[in-house]
Design a binder for this molecule. Sequence first.
Ligand code: C5P
Length: 244
Amino acid sequence: MLKLRNPLFVAIDTADLDEAVRLAEMLKDVAGGLKLGLEFFTAFGPDGVARIAEFDLPLFIDLKFHDIPNTVSGAVRSLMRMRPAMFTVHAFGGLEMLRAAADTAALEADRLGLPRPWVLGVTVLTSLDAGDLDVLGVEGSTHKVVARLARLAEKAGLDGIVCAPDEISTARSTLGEKFRLVVPGIRPKGAEMHDQKRVTGPREAIQLGADVLVVGRPITRSDDPVFAARSILGALERAEGQEG
Ligand code: C5P
């Protein structure tokens, strides 16, 4: 069972390995984990991931697999050698593909003696709106499609989904309590929005029911990434204090 030090995963979105290593080194005692995505993986592959894994932080490897079940199984088998704490697959891949990902991850984790990673479904990319879904022939509002795909992911035995801040409440009320919600689009008060359109503060996201927060540029582009990360964690602790 995956145990996290804290819910803050820092997205290291860069095609500069030295920069990624510098950030991982700086954040190793602060972050709950690091997220590496397609940009990093396409540039540096498993060797690059191994370099970042040296800092001993849980890794969220965000490659959003979407292919036939057999191919996804094979990819998950290879991915498991990188010891991800969590990874993503597209829920649009369908029930069988999602089951293949979840089953293979569990089997490989057991075989390698590793904790089982969270297998996370990506529902509707937040870059797509109702018009885009229509062009793709997908019926229903974005929210309805997200809910449908989230339920499919749950049925397939996935551990959770990646969801936008404004989807947390609906997801929490329609999905099982143990289903994990991993949430990007987080901006501390006063932070720059960058290209994020709908954002939520870290404390609010956790209060709504997020399990993990994915924060990139407010930390990685800050003059002092450690201070920026600590400030977010401080806000979360204060929220906990208020509840208790
Ligand atoms: O820099 P920022 O905090 O916006 O980074 C957020 C991270 O979460 C990026 O790696 C981005 O690709 C990812 N993400 C997102 N919105 C989604 C899904 C993933 O911002 N809907």
